[in-house]
Design a protein around this ligand. Structure first.
Ligand SMILES: [Zn+2]
Length: 75
């Protein structure tokens, strides 16, 4: 289960989340997945786009169409 280290586009804090192939629709890359920053001071959802190796390509503040899973950050 790959771990991804990134920053939340809402609050810029460091985030960590786990992602698997089943969490995205592989019909087109980069594929969107929704990330909830599980933190009392943030708690916001954003859309992260990942490539076929589940590496983050870019991210958007809003909930964009096409995602199939919502993941929560682990820490
Ligand atoms: Zn945040």
């Amino acid at each position: 289960m790959p771990l991804r280290f990134n920053t939340c586009p809402h609050c810029q804090q460091r985030i960590v989340f786990k992602i698997e192939n089943e969490d995205i629709d592989p019909s087109q890359y980069p594929a969107p997945v929704y990330i909830i920053h599980k933190d009392n001071s943030c708690g916001k959802l954003s859309t992260f786009y990942v490539d076929s190796l589940l590496r983050v390509s870019y991210k958007e503040l809003e909930k964009k169409p096409g995602g199939i899973k919502t993941l929560e950050t682990t820490s």
